[in-house]
Design a protein around this ligand. Sequence first.
Ligand SMILES: Nc1ncnc2c1ncn2[C@@H]1O[C@H](COP(=O)(O)OP(=O)(O)OP(=O)(O)O)[C@@H](O)[C@H]1O
Length: 233
Amino acid sequence: MLLIESCRLTWPDFTANYSLKVPTGHLCAVVGPSGGGKTTLLHMIAGFEVPESGTLAFAGQDLLPLTPAERPVAIVFQDHNLFPHLTASQNVALGLQPSLRLTGRERALVTDMLDAVGLSGFDQRRPGEMSGGQRQRVAFARALISGRPLILLDEPFSGLDPGLRRDMVQLVDELRRRRPVTIVMTIHTPEDVADLADQMAFVTHGEVAASGTPADILQGPLAARVAASILDE
Ligand SMILES: Nc1ncnc2c1ncn2[C@@H]1O[C@H](COP(=O)(O)OP(=O)(O)OP(=O)(O)O)[C@@H](O)[C@H]1O
């Protein structure tokens, strides 16, 4: 279980106070208005922002004393955060071995992971020679190969057209079947993940205003508020 309890962050213009529980193995989609605090929530779980108070734990382990590198977390950023001078293979390999000195077995794992995300044959391409969707796949592959059990995806489908977004949703679904992981993802188009997500959290004004099944959030009493806040953008 990912346990977030009364985690408080304060800046001059923004205060957050997050509480959320995500059972191990679940995929939780975080929705809400722009500026509501979705990305900040992921940054806090990853350790880039440290709450002044509260509890943050995963699988019973307190994450707060840990640096981002020590946390059992892999994050895929909005801009994919790939190294432009490295090939797709090397970018994926960074998730396994930061020195890029790979054993034969590790090299095979990288090839296998590129296949799994539908990029066989793209191993020597650099990010500048790939589409946004392909770069996104490389970033996923790097997060998955790291073996870390908690994966954070920040707007993984932004900039992709509806057809590609559907492909990516399917890919996330396939990949989580391949290796059990807990996923927290922010998303602007909740309907894309209504079938995929086990849980949906509505984040606004720095708080998790509601959390439940996608149906609870998209069709329950809050539905109009959720839809309005997303349409407002
Ligand atoms: N390090 C920081 N210092 C000061 N303010 C910050 C910091 N990080 C985030 N904020 C503020 O937190 C608020 C929430 O930002 P956040 O990026 O989490 O929103 P969001 O819901 O992800 O928005 P979007 O959907 O547009 O990406 C913003 O007002 C932002 O300016």
